[in-house]
Design a binder for this molecule. Structure first.
Ligand code: ANZ
Length: 946
């Protein structure tokens, strides 16, 4: 019978939509299971076959869980704010909302064609005002919160204000920009503006002057994870350092919790490692070194001048022979002597041209300048010259180091260049750069009272002594910085803030959403304001609580609104919560529902989000937990990174300077240049170029000539990243057309282990399609559907139950590729057995349905079922069918296998023993003797000693 995949798939996709088969209820007594994909950015290019890989895996898992009786939440949505739609708007004038809408429509069509079991009714789009209303609301909540280190959680800013009113800053233990000191009286008598300014120092979303990564070509600030090798990730434009007033998020308050939380998560180790590295916890000490006043002959130099350093190796302090400050360190001015001033100034000037990234990357070329001053080593008492150098960064630790050239590579290089003393103070200290340096074998030497101690002992003892002397304390540093939150772009969430006397105030939450205004131009204004500065209606009327015309701004009743928008990661930091209650207009998600759905049980997505989305969303989730809106600290319990599907690029070879193209195996005879050609120009699944199509592809190839081999033009093939620019993308729509969505789904899984990257190679598709046809035909006798009610044989049951066992194991271990081969084996065996028994085929359809849902629904209904197959219980494995009838026992005599005997599996060891002894071959070996020992290992082996 013809397997008409096109008609079958259309029919079932319509059925699922009409019957809302995958709509998830919030009210059931079933246990819940939440399966989530990282939602896509709807780009103009549509989906290629690489995109659905993770979605297919999660869909299989979601369907499997439904078969097991879980209430499964498996939603989809779009991360629909972003740069490409805006760049397109700049080029063409088309409003990004229009482009985005079109792209989403295309995505939805493509996704629906693949037969995903999404609950489409829960779709979210981050660029919808009904969604970003809540992104803005979270921003305001962050603004109205501070981090209390005593309780180790965020709290309402009101609690801090109350504290200030009662005790001033005394006893405040907060994560803040800078340490402030004032009394309750001072607080109370401060002006409103001053109070606001003080509070900004503590708020979790705050404004501060920060050095940012400025990308002039994109006209915006970028986060560290949006930059690759000094260039913007999108577009590859150069990025510079610039000081700007920016909105930031106090993620640094959560560093320790983000680190500790990792331990509770079932995530790939490399992903956890990269978050750990990014957070960058270092334990050590902060120590003050006094500047030697006699040498510092600058006017301002006094004995109070001291340099505070952060060191992870206080055990090496006896070996600190000089100091190095970051060139930007404000102390530099105080301690530089008149003679050294010119040299120091010119070095500072030189450094300002380099980005922090360059400074960290360039480890070979040491440079620096002497300040002319000296510090005193508080332990060795020796004088240490003070230098400045760009390898010390102002933004880390205290912006100053005690240099230990014998044990630190950078300090060593510096000492060599400037001819400074190198004093070894630790033996067996080979790996000084290793963060995890913890050598039990290291021993302090030349270190006074530390001599003979190992690293840990020396570290505790010296920190105790530093604290005792009152010159410092043990401390922990984190590399992770606060996250810059402003983008000078149009297509993002407006920040719900207006400015009064230069101070930011939040809009009342009742006024949300603050909608993105219309603008005529998507570029910055002439004054250099972000694109929202072009809006005609974008000002805040405070009394009437509404947005009014920009011209009305008088800074008395009508105030300017914030002109920057939120970064790409804002909307994606909490979308998993919105799916729980997507249409609620009162709260972002009802507490009851976020309690019921809890954590995402399985999250599948790309590893490129390791230090962006996956850190930010953990941070926001922890914050919402602190403020009592949700119940769990961590959003994603289990996470899998799917590998990339690589493209098989195709090349033609042009003879240089001509329009002649040589077939692949003849290129040696010519000087050629390889040129990418679109893989859709190849004939079928072969490497042969359709030369007619090639000529029609581009005007420059219209008069191309070909040098053929055996009458064909053979292209070169190479595995590369799948990308539009390499002309190697394969559109899933074409595959669905030809082999069906079920074929595509099975094939994507069959390509290899989910986590691995693998090339897309269409040659195996026909094999998968062949399997589907065979599976289909098991149910037909010629053209007639025929399934028998006869009881299956043991052999038939064995095929079924072996498959159940395998597939359950595979799905639970996310080994989807091996299931597909098991389906093929099972169907081949059933075909050989000519099995068309209902008691085999019904459960078989259920087992295969998570992978190939359309064909299974069709067969299920042909077998007379009225309801969808989706909620039918997954067949239960019965081990009895797997037991062997006969066992082939190896007979081992004195440790060597001599022969084998087939015996019934039901026999007792005694019966096995006597049958073995009666065996003809055995009798020949024994020659009438009685064996010394016989050991029967049931169902395995018989050992005989003679
Ligand atoms: C003395 C020492 C001896 C150091 C030794 C290391 C090895 P992590 O692990 O990354 O936290 N350091 C401190 N602040 C710095 C800054 N602003 N710019 C550049 N380097 C800085 O690294 C901490 C170590 O890096 C500190 O410990 C300090 O050098 C240096 F055998 O102090 B160490």
């Amino acid at each position: 019978m013809f397997y008409d995949h096109q008609q079958i798939e259309k029919k079932w996709q319509k059925y699922w939509e009409d019957n809302q088969t995958y709509k998830t209820s919030n009210n059931t007594d079933k246990p819940k299971f939440y399966v989530l994909d990282m939602f896509p950015y709807p780009s103009g290019a549509g989906l290629h076959v690489g995109h659905p890989l993770g979605y297919i895996a999660s869909d299989i898992y979601a369907r499997y869980k439904r078969h097991q009786g879980f209430n499964v939440l498996h939603p989809v949505g779009y991360d629909s704010f972003g740069l490409p739609a805006e760049q397109y708007a700049i080029q063409t004038g088309t409003h990004p909302a229009i482009t985005t809408e079109q792209n989403i429509t295309r995505y939805e069509q493509q996704l629906r064609k693949i037969g995903f079991s999404f609950d489409w009714s829960r779709e979210v789009r981050t660029s919808d005002a009904s969604y970003y209303k809540w992104t803005q609301w979270i921003f305001i909540e962050l603004f109205n919160s501070w981090y209390n280190k005593d309780t180790d959680q965020a709290a309402s800013i009101e609690t801090l204000i109350k504290h200030f009113e009662e005790k001033g800053t005394e006893g405040v233990n907060a994560n803040q920009n800078e340490e402030l000191n004032f009394t309750a009286e001072e607080w109370k008598s401060a002006s409103e503006i001053d109070k606001e300014d003080i509070l900004l120092n503590y708020r979790l979303s705050f404004r501060a002057e920060t050095t940012v990564n400025w990308c002039p070509a994109l006209g915006t600030v970028l986060a560290n994870d949006e930059i690759k090798d000094g260039k913007s990730e999108r577009g590859g434009f150069p990025v510079f350092q610039k000081k700007m007033m920016q909105w930031s998020m106090r993620i640094s308050a959560y560093s320790e919790r983000l680190l500790q939380g990792l331990k509770t998560l079932d995530w790939p180790q490399p992903l956890k490692d990269s978050q750990e590295y990014w957070i960058g916890k270092s334990q050590g000490a902060q120590v003050r070194f006094l500047v030697d006043e006699q040498e510092a002959n600058n006017q301002q130099a006094t004995a109070n001048n001291s340099i505070e350093v952060f060191t992870t190796r206080p055990d090496t302090i006896f070996g600190a022979t000089f100091m190095v400050l970051a060139p930007e360190n404000p102390l530099v001015e105080n301690i530089t002597t008149a003679e050294q001033k010119a040299e120091v100034d010119s070095y500072i000037e030189e450094t300002s041209k380099k980005t922090e990234r360059d400074r960290m990357a360039d480890v070979k070329n040491v440079s620096g300048a002497f300040t002319g001053s000296y510090a005193i080593n508080p332990f060795s008492g020796e004088k240490m010259p003070i230098y400045i150098s760009d390898y010390v960064l102002m933004g880390y630790g205290t912006g100053a180091v005690m240099a230990v050239p014998a044990h630190d590579e950078r300090d060593h290089r510096f000492a060599k260049k400037f001819n400074l003393e190198i004093k070894k103070v630790v033996e067996n200290d080979e790996d000084v750069q290793e963060k995890s340096f913890d050598s039990k074998d290291s021993v302090c030497v030349n270190s006074g009272f530390l001599n003979g101690l190992n690293y840990n002992e020396a570290k505790s003892k010296i920190i105790a002594e530093i604290e005792n002397k009152g010159i410092g304390h043990g401390t922990t540093n984190y590399r992770q910085r606060d996250a810059i939150f402003s983008r000078q772009r149009y297509w993002g969430e407006p920040v719900p803030i207006y400015y009064k006397e230069g101070m930011p105030y939040t809009l009342p939450t009742s006024a949300l959403p603050l909608e993105l205004p219309e603008v005529e131009k998507y570029l910055p204004t002439e004054d250099g304001d972000p694109p929202l500065g072009n809006a005609k209606t974008f000002a805040w009327d405070e009394a009437n609580q509404k947005v009014v015309e920009t011209d009305l701004i008088d800074n008395k009743t009508v105030f300017p609104l914030e002109l920057s928008t939120m970064p790409g990661w804002a909307g994606s930091s909490w979308y998993f919560l919105r799916y729980m209650d997507p249409n609620n207009d009162e709260v972002f998600a009802k507490k009851e529902l976020s309690d019921y759905w809890g954590q995402v049980d399985l999250y599948i997505g790309g590893s490129e989000h390791a230090t962006g989305h996956l850190l930010y969303s953990r941070f926001w989730n922890m914050f919402l937990k602190d403020r009592g809106y949700i119940n769990q600290d961590e959003p994603f319990q289990k996470l899998i990174n799917q590998g990339m599907i690589l493209g098989m690029s195709a090349f033609v070879y042009r003879i240089e300077g001509t329009n002649q193209f040589v077939s692949k195996n003849l290129i040696n005879e010519h000087k050629t240049q390889a040129i990418h050609v679109d893989v859709s120009l190849l004939k079928g699944t072969s490497d042969e170029l359709d030369t007619v199509a090639f000529k029609a592809w581009r005007p420059d190839y219209a008069d191309a000539e070909f040098i053929l081999e055996d009458g064909k033009y053979i292209t070169g093939r190479e595995v590369e990243k799948m990308s539009k620019s390499k002309y190697n993308v394969v559109n899933p729509d074409d595959i669905c057309e030809e082999y069906g969505a079920d074929g595509l789904r099975l094939y994507e899984m069959f390509l290899g282990p989910l986590e691995q990257s693998k090339p897309w190679n269409t040659q195996g598709l026909s094999g998968v399609y062949g399997f589907l046809k065979k599976f289909w035909n098991l149910h037909f006798n010629g053209e007639v559907f025929e399934v028998s009610d006869e009881e299956p044989t043991k052999a038939e049951y064995k095929v079924l139950h072996s498959l159940i066992k395998k597939v359950v194991y595979d799905i639970e271990n996310f080994s989807f590729n091996t299931s597909v081969s098991s389906f093929m084996i099972a169907v081949n065996e059933l075909q050989k057995l000519k099995c068309n028994k209902r008691n085999i085929l019904e459960p078989l359809a259920v087992v295969i349905s998570p992978y190939a849902p359309h064909i299974c629904e069709e067969l299920w209904s042909l077998m007379g079922k009225k309801e969808s197959i989706e909620y039918v219980r997954f067949p239960i494995l019965d081990e009895k069918y797997l037991e062997e009838d006969e066992i082939e026992y190896p007979i081992s005599i004195n440790g060597k296998t001599k022969f084998k005997i087939s015996l019934s599996a039901q026999l007792s060891p005694k019966e096995v023993e006597s049958l073995v002894l009666q065996n003809e071959k055995m009798e020949q070996i024994l020659e009438g003797k009685t064996p010394k020992k016989i050991i029967v290992v049931p169902k395995r082996i018989v050992n005989i000693v003679i």
